[in-house]
Design a protein. Structure first.
Length: 273
């Protein structure tokens, strides 16, 4: 019996010292006793889910630039394993045109195992990893190898779950993130929504864990800023093309172009609310 107790004690110590942060986070979301089944919502959340049909293939089946703009204001929904839903309004995107686009993963029309989703039907997720750590999420559009990067979301529902997923993904800092910090970047939104490589090649019109629904009050053309993409400075003329789009005046955008916004304001347009 003493030997058995010793082995049990060693096993208990091993289990207590083992740390799987991402798995632990998802288990907490699944098993927290007395957890509120209704996730915390942002004060900006005014969507009536029962009146919001899922976006279908005809929405995604449009040219890349058009889709990148059309995404602005739409709602990304992620259903967690415990049934709770995370909702975020898309406020920033980038278009990657494939083929001639020197900044695209499919430049030259080259199809690989990694970028295969970019050549699949519109509405297919293309999820890739950067720096061996972070993930970015794109959606295929019309055009051979064309896709739209989702850069930033305005978190609407499930903010507490987003914070927990971000905290465990970041590992280092325990500082409580503000609402605007949860999804203001392509890798941040993937962390907050629990998106990883397992979501690559999923169909947004068919998947049970992730989809999109229409947002309310679609932005007008005057509310959208078109500017250069981020992090592609070595791609020649393609680094200067206005293929990043965001909602002007929205504080959840990752990087604002103040010069472009001043030019828009000078033309007499008022910022979006």
């Amino acid at each position: 019996m003493p030997r058995k107790r010793k082995l049990l004690a060693q096993l208990s110590a091993l289990q207590s010292n083992t740390n799987f942060p991402q798995i632990d986070a998802m288990e907490k979301l699944n098993t927290t006793p007395g957890a509120d089944p209704s996730p915390k919502s942002s004060k900006y959340f005014v969507i009536e889910k029962k009146n919001s049909p899922q976006l279908q293939e005809d929405f995604f089946n449009q040219p890349c630039v058009s889709l990148a703009k059309s995404f602005l204001g739409q709602i990304l929904v992620r259903k967690l394993p415990d049934g709770r839903e995370l909702w975020g309004r898309i406020v920033e995107t980038e278009a990657y045109l494939g083929g001639e686009d020197e900044a695209s993963h499919s430049k030259g029309g080259k199809q690989t195992q990694r970028n295969a989703a970019m050549f699949m039907k519109p509405g297919t997720l293309y999820v890739y990893q950067i720096y061996g750590i972070y993930f970015c999420m794109n959606v295929s559009s019309q055009g051979e190898g064309a896709a739209v990067l989702l850069r930033s979301l305005e978190p609407l529902q499930g903010l507490d779950a987003m914070r927990e997923l971000r905290r465990t993904s970041r590992k280092a800092s325990t500082k409580l993130l503000k609402d605007w910090q949860l999804c203001n970047g392509p890798s941040k939104l993937c962390q907050a929504f629990g998106i990883d490589k397992a979501f690559d090649q999923r169909d947004l019109t068919q998947d049970a864990a992730i989809w999109m629904v229409p947002g309310q009050d679609p932005p007008g053309e005057e509310d959208v800023v078109a500017t250069t993409r981020i992090g592609i400075g070595n791609r020649g003329e393609w680094a200067q093309k206005p293929l990043r789009f965001y909602l002007r005046g929205n504080k959840f955008v990752s990087v604002v172009d103040k010069k472009m916004e001043r030019e828009i304001a000078a033309r007499g347009h008022s910022p979006c609310s």
